[in-house]
Design a protein around this ligand. Structure first.
Ligand code: SAM
Length: 398
């Protein structure tokens, strides 16, 4: 039985680099004191920091790149249900700082526990019993509430250990604005990851997503530029009721870079996609930063961008980023030849912007670089939607 206290950020694919960069950017602005601890990189998509309530509050409320934000509190080497129950009970004699309080409803979800000689449901039940019984012995009432728990416990089996965490952000990759989708929407935190990997600088770079579908990349970009919170008073984070976060109850969740004024374009050939993107952008409250245009990307030149500039702002096109997640083929039923022609057209179009522009393409095609006719400056797997997608970055940044 080992008590723990660590903040675990879990992302998709090789998200570590992007998550670490995002932590640095936001902590510098959002925390009064930040010692910038070096996280343990547990694998390609997991960063582990020492637990600190102010940092955890920032992570849950502002980080856009992780899929999960977890507070690890306990691990057990028990290899059967009975010793696991005893371990939880023994740990509960002293545990609970920052989360244990009478009247809270709890729910337990286990994953990656196939190696343990009991079913997932049995493991969940055993841990629940240990938590409720252990609290009761100290005169504290916890109750099971699977529907709307105040504390969502995440249990995972790793390296023959059972690790118990509090899931602080729930499905953290759902950023709350995307109720309208089109055919192959990208996960919000993948879009955030791409923006960091391509080093989009919202103060200098115009952003163009020529095939934006339901608008995930443009909307994430606008929100990221502002350092907008993911949660609000009306839609509080799943961990808002925990005693550890009570000190922040009256901290308003304001954007960290409220004065950011990014210029972003989203374009798509499919009318319903643009209609969905408009609704999503309105819901995210970023419509004033994004121009959404319906049409073939081939018609999207400097004149059209100038004519649609968000808020009619004057537009310098000296520097920018084209970031795009074009059709992959597998999903959108396109023949390879047609797809390759589309990619070649896209490459030609993207390179028509000036030398201050860079471009990032998230695709599955194994010969993407030969279709593009040049090697990418950076190539990075960003697995997405069960596919082996890679991000290829060209131009600028040397
Ligand atoms: C993989 S989806 C993009 C999904 C998007 N990132 C999202 O999160 O919703 C590819 C998009 O490319 C669009 N598209 C295909 N051919 C196009 C063209 N010639 N011009 C503009 N958009 C095009 C499709 O309508 C589709 O919405």
């Amino acid at each position: 039985m080992t008590p723990k206290s660590a903040l675990r950020l879990v992302g998709i694919g090789g998200a570590n680099r992007a998550m670490e960069a995002e932590v640095k950017r936001l902590a510098k602005r959002g925390l009064e004191a930040w010692a910038s601890p070096k996280p343990v990189r547990e694998d390609e998509q997991t960063l582990v920091y020492p637990f600190d309530p102010a940092f955890a509050h920032l992570a849950v409320n502002y980080l856009r790149t992780p899929s999960r934000v977890l507070w690890d509190i306990f691990e057990s080497e028990a290899d059967r249900l009975e010793p696991l129950y005893d371990d939880v009970l023994a740990w509960m004699k002293k545990a609970g700082e920052g989360w244990l309080e009478s009247g809270l409803g709890i729910s337990i979800r286990a994953r990656d526990v196939e190696w343990f000689p009991a079913s997932r449901t049995q493991i969940q039940g055993t841990i629940k019993n240990g938590l409720i019984e252990g609290a009761k012995k100290r005169g504290i009432e916890l109750a099971l509430d699977s529907e709307q728990p105040d504390i969502l416990f995440a249990v995972r089996g790793t390296k023959n250990r059972i690790v118990l965490s509090i899931d602080l952000g729930g499905v953290h990759s759902n950023h709350g604005y995307r109720k309208d989708g089109d055919r192959a929407p990208m996960r919000e935190n993948v879009a955030a990851q791409l923006l960091i990997l391509t080093r989009w600088d919202p103060r200098k770079d115009v952003l163009v997503d020529p095939m934006c579908g339901s608008g995930t990349i443009p909307i994430e970009a606008a929100l990221m530029a502002r350092g907008a919170p993911l949660w609000s008073k009306e839609r509080p984070a799943p961990c808002a009721k925990l005693p550890a976060f009570r000190a922040f109850k009256n901290h308003p969740l304001e954007p960290l870079f409220a004065d950011a004024d990014p210029i972003i374009f989203g374009n798509d050939i499919h009318g319903p996609a643009i209609a969905a993107a408009r609704k999503n952008a309105d819901r995210a409250d970023v419509s004033d930063s994004i121009a959404l245009i319906e049409g073939d990307f081939k018609n999207l030149g400097p004149n059209q961008l100038r004519a649609h500039s968000p808020g009619g702002r004057g537009l310098s096109l000296d520097q920018g980023l084209v970031l795009v997640n074009p059709p992959y083929g597998e999903r959108l039923e396109e023949g390879d030849e047609e797809l390759e022609r589309l990619y070649r057209d896209l490459a030609k179009w993207a390179s028509s912007f000036g030398p201050g522009w860079k471009s990032g393409f998230l695709v599955t095609h194994p010969d993407f670089e030969s279709i593009m006719g040049k090697q990418a400056r950076m190539k990075k797997p960003v697995p997405h939607g069960g596919l082996s997608t890679q991000l290829y970055v060209y131009g600028a940044d040397g």
